[in-house]
Ligand binder design. Structure first.
Ligand code: AKB
Length: 315
């Protein structure tokens, strides 16, 4: 990676990935692009930036040409619950961006990473210790577009030699940029409520287990996979990666160690619950560990300590 384009730079992953890549490669080597433009101050002033609507292939191609890009991160997506409320929007944005990025990557011979998700699994997938290679029959439009993105990315690698690599992210927890419209968002919102001294209304039932990860590990995964010697890769799109698995009670009790008076009540969101019910309880990420050295640094305890410390400063 010498010159990188991050599309969707203002989002939950993008806002932190751009900063990490700029630290690593030098600020002028990382272009932050988003449809919402201008970008916020930190991204705009820290290096080059441009407006890209990822459903317009020409806009991606223009940026790749102008900045001599060799690696694209396509982080454009409508998250699961929002996409389910507006399936055509979810499909058009998810698939439009992935196809356009693949075509541009093919034409300009760049590497490309389009993250997949635990949403790429469904109710027929083994829910515990979900294998790397298994049944993928998701029941959400988000999941359908993620599986299609995985397949297309593998297709472009095999058919055209495009260097596509990606991970299946679990729920991502960060203290910087809020997610929006995801099924796993509660695991971020619960920290904000605790630090603000508010009661937390949990939209998912007790016993709803899902994989989760702290953002610094998610950023390491994004970068490490793109840097590994491709000769080591047996898989490409996409690798199971996880750092922890918990249900609402477990994260609540962990936060209560810091805020003993913190109160959580349940008010189930039927859409989010129905989506979560079809996702794995916990994935097996052995292939990522073996093929490119995936090894997360944070568990629930260390993540909770850091989230609370950082949110106290922020709020
Ligand atoms: C969502 O909940 O939609 C995302 C995801 C797991 O892909 N956070």
């Amino acid at each position: 990676m010498k010159n990188v384009l991050v599309i969707g730079a203002s989002g939950q992953i993008g806002s932190e990935l751009v900063l990490a890549l700029r630290n690593k490669l030098g600020s002028n080597h990382v272009v932050a692009a988003d449809i919402r433009f201008p970008l916020d101050k930190e991204l705009a002033e820290g290096g080059p930036s441009c407006k890209i609507d990822a459903t317009q292939a020409q806009e991606i191609a223009d940026a790749v040409k102008k900045y001599h890009i060799d690696t694209i991160y396509n982080l454009v997506a409508i998250l699961s619950a929002t996409a389910e409320a507006n399936p055509m929007l979810g499909w058009n944005i998810g698939m439009g961006s992935v196809l356009n990025c693949l075509e541009v990557a093919r034409e300009f011979k760049t590497a490309l990473s389009t993250p997949s998700s635990i949403g790429a699994f469904g109710p027929d997938t083994p829910p515990d210790n979900t294998p790397q290679d298994t049944i993928q029959r998701p029941k959400t439009i988000y999941g359908v577009s993620k599986v299609a993105g995985e397949l297309l990315s593998d297709y472009y690698f095999k058919r055209f030699g495009v260097d596509t690599r990606s991970v299946r992210y679990p729920g991502l927890i960060s203290n910087k940029t809020l997610p929006g419209g995801g099924t796993t968002d509660y695991a971020v919102e619960i920290y904000y409520a605790a630090v603000k001294g508010e009661k937390f209304i949990c939209p998912l039932q007790k016993g709803t287990f899902m994989d989760m990860m702290y953002m610094p590990d998610a950023i390491d995964a994004a970068i490490d996979l793109m840097e590994v010697d491709p000769a080591r890769l047996i898989h490409r799109n996409s690798f199971n990666v996880t750092a922890m698995s918990f249900d609402p009670e477990i994260i609540y009790n962990e936060i209560k160690k810091h805020y003993p008076n913190f109160v959580m009540e349940y008010d189930i969101n039927p859409l989010k619950q129905s989506i979560a019910n079809t996702w794995p309880n916990s994935m097996d990420d052995t292939c990522a560990r073996q093929e490119w050295g995936w090894n997360p640094k944070y568990n629930l305890t260390s993540m909770t300590e850091d989230m609370i410390k950082e949110l106290k400063k922020k709020l």
